[in-house]
Design a protein. Structure first.
Length: 70
């Protein structure tokens, strides 16, 4: 069996700075960017963005449709 170097097993993320060391402004920008990236990814694979709003579950689709799930 071949040994795989640890650096090939660990997936490196995109973060430049740890969240607990960020300023409030940096954290707000990071959170917004993260949400946008998640939304873009879901839409790219044909899935809706599902979230809770006013106590209801909402599905938002890439074509702009918004559907109340429950």
């Amino acid at each position: 069996m071949q040994d795989i170097p640890e650096e090939q097993l660990v997936k490196k993320g995109k973060m430049v700075k740890a969240p607990w060391t960020m300023t409030e402004t940096e954290r707000a920008q990071w959170e917004k960017r993260t949400q946008e990236e998640a939304r873009d990814y879901l839409f790219s694979i044909g899935q809706p963005l599902v979230y809770e709003k006013d106590g209801r579950m909402i599905a938002e689709y890439a074509d702009g449709r918004i559907k109340t799930i429950r």
